[in-house]
Design a protein around this ligand. Structure first.
Ligand code: GRF
Length: 200
């Protein structure tokens, strides 16, 4: 299996996926990492592991469809089977989304559908939720709305700070995302409308 990863920032989830591939926990390779942000530290992480890392600058492609076409060209060139969004801060649309329907995943730092959007950890904390967590889901055209693959909860205790909560969430993410990718690579995910069945 060949994974293509889209990032916008630090890339700690990318790192967890690289590590899982290198240690053969996941039977896959990562031929390319693409960022919309040239200063994303995740690009450096990819380069450190000999992975092709490029930035496609939205300023050069202000038209969304042209931007996503450019990404798709790179994914096709590298024969990518599964598209991984790892802290990628843009929605994907035509023609990329239909080309990767059922083959594109995202990770979100809350128990969806609660606290969708870009500030999920702080939103759950500020709301006073007692439980939050992590969701890995297939990507559809909405924001954080696709079929759920895996979820794991964590408690927000009275003496948690938002930073402590973020740390708990990220350590779950770094375990859960590779696990979901592994299931996909082993052909164990079956999508039935919006339900994802895990084949034992
Ligand atoms: C993660 O919390 C992920 O759930 C969210 O964006 C963050 C990306 O972090 N979608 P990193 O770039 O993988 O460190």
């Amino acid at each position: 299996m060949k994974l293509g990863v889209l990032i916008s920032g630090g890339g700690s989830n990318l790192q967890a996926i690289i590590d899982a591939c290198e240690s053969k926990k996941i039977n896959a390779e990562i031929p390319i990492v693409i960022s919309n942000n040239k200063t994303a530290y995740g690009l450096k992480r990819a380069e450190n592991h000999g992975i092709k890392a490029i930035c496609i600058d939205p300023i050069e492609y202000p038209d969304r469809e042209r931007y996503d076409t450019k990404i798709l060209e790179h994914l096709r060139e590298h024969e990518i089977d599964l598209l991984i969004l790892a802290g990628y801060m843009r929605l994907i649309g035509k023609p990329l989304l239909p080309a990767y329907a059922g083959r594109a995943m995202n990770i979100h730092p809350s128990l969806l559908p609660a606290f969708s959007g870009t500030n999920a950890i702080k939103d759950a904390y500020d709301y006073g939720a007692k439980i939050t967590g992590v969701t890995v889901h297939f990507v559809d055209k909405g924001m954080d709305t696709g079929p759920i693959i895996l979820q794991e909860s964590c408690h927000i205790s009275d003496n948690d700070t938002v930073e402590a909560l973020a740390e708990k969430i990220h350590s779950i993410e770094h375990r859960l995302y590779p696990e979901a990718i592994k299931l996909f690579c082993e052909g164990k995910l079956k999508l039935e409308e919006r339900k994802v069945k895990i084949i034992k």
